[in-house]
Design a protein around this ligand. Structure first.
Ligand code: PLP
Length: 376
């Protein structure tokens, strides 16, 4: 029985188990479980990788967004423009600091925020834009930075799904004021639990985030502001130090798989493949197709029956989530996000996915699509 899951982490672990175990055991033996030297070392190496001044690590990508907003002093009464077609963490962070998310619809072919629609949503309360580089694909950062400069807005890049992606030659997360990263296991650079970081070249933002992540005090037991307990575990830093040097090669492996998918599925009726990017490079956190004709759910079921797992990111756009009912968005208000939430399907993709498995995925997708179109 074939069983190909959308994501699988243990093959990667096995490929570097010796290095990981050596580093993890060293932490355990050292006793320095909180803010051990590996944390700082990882921050330095990740800043070098991104080519920015500073990285401040923290406990998750969600906390990275929270810390970025707090570091920029965004809170009650402020509005933050973002996309409704993302994971809840993006607006959760905005809401938790007391600010209000303002949604701008996405583009059908990039799944990312439609930069043409941003200006009409700017008010005197708007403080920042949070573009999300969804599925590993960079947003149009040129247009976003132009708008931000014109209206004096901050830009916080949600790079949780896009570690290593570039826009016009620059790593995402280093173009806006702050970049927020997640090391959740399914992300391009994943640790063995929760982890996150912010990247910035602004010394004030870095300094504020650095003390906000450890209870809001620059000096131990002196607290100036309400902060968080949001440190990256030393154990996770030790894992990330091993993994970081492999990131580009893993991202290249993801790209090779997607090149195969794009070619092999190019003539399949009823699905729309991810479009090519001209100004940037995707790191393909997901390979997400649009299934047309209202057939997405049945296609997902049929694939499952063949042993092919797939995922729907995301079935409900954020403006229609119960938690955001107070924002008073109605169905139909952000039509492209709503359409995508009914059409998107992410098929198996991770760097270690073998070519025989890729072949099976492609054959299965072709078969289920052909079946659907014969039945009509
Ligand atoms: C995963 C993710 C986050 C949150 O990261 P965690 O580390 O899980 O808290 C934020 N934004 C997006 C777009 C994500 O995919």
């Amino acid at each position: 029985m074939i069983n190909i899951s959308p994501f699988e982490a243990t093959t990667q672990y096995k490929s570097i188990a010796d290095e990981i175990e050596k580093n993890v055991c060293a932490v355990m033996a050292s006793g320095r479980y909180i803010m051990g030297p590996q944390v700082k070392e990882f921050e330095i190496q990740f800043a070098q990788y991104l080519n920015c001044e500073q990285v401040i690590s923290c406990n998750s990508g969600t906390d990275a967004l929270h810390l970025a907003l707090r570091a920029l002093k965004i809170g009650a009464g402020d509005e933050v423009i973002t996309t409704p077609f993302t994971f809840i963490a993006t607006t959760e962070a905005i809401g938790i600091v007391g600010a209000t998310p303002v949604f701008v619809d996405v583009e059908l072919d990039s799944y990312n925020i439609d930069t043409q629609l941003i200006e009409s949503k700017i008010t005197e309360r708007t403080k920042a834009i949070i573009p999300v580089h969804l599925y590993g694909r960079p947003c149009n950062m040129t247009a976003i930075m132009e708008i931000a400069r014109k209206y004096n807005l901050k830009v916080i890049e949600d790079c949780a799904q896009a570690t290593g992606a570039t826009w016009e030659g620059k790593k995402v997360g280093t173009i806006g004021d702050v970049g927020c990263f997640s090391f959740f296991p399914t992300k391009n650079l994943g640790c063995f639990g929760d982890g996150g970081a912010i990247a910035t070249s602004n010394a004030e933002i870095a300094a504020r985030a650095e003390y906000l992540r450890r209870h809001g005090g620059k000096v131990k037991y002196h607290h100036e502001e309400l902060g968080l307990n949001s440190r990256l575990d030393t154990l996770q830093a030790a894992v990330l130090l091993v993994k970081l040097p492999y990131l580009d090669q893993w991202n290249a492996a993801r790209k090779a798989i997607t090149d195969f998918y794009l070619e092999a599925l190019s003539t399949t009726t009823g699905i729309v493949l991810p479009q090519k990017l001209h100004q940037g490079n995707s790191v393909w956190n997901q390979f997400t197709v649009r299934v047309l004709g209202g057939k997405r759910d049945i296609i997902q079921k049929s694939l499952q029956a063949k042993g092919i797992g797939s995922m729907v990111y995301y079935p409900i756009p954020l403006h229609l989530q119960e938690v955001h009912a107070d924002l008073n968005y109605v169905e139909g208000s952000l039509p492209v996000s709503e359409q995508l939430s009914h059409e998107v399907l992410s098929i198996p993709l991770f760097p270690e996915l073998e070519s025989s498995a890729q072949q099976v995925v492609v054959e299965s997708v072709k078969e289920v699509m052909a079946d659907i179109y014969c039945l009509q």
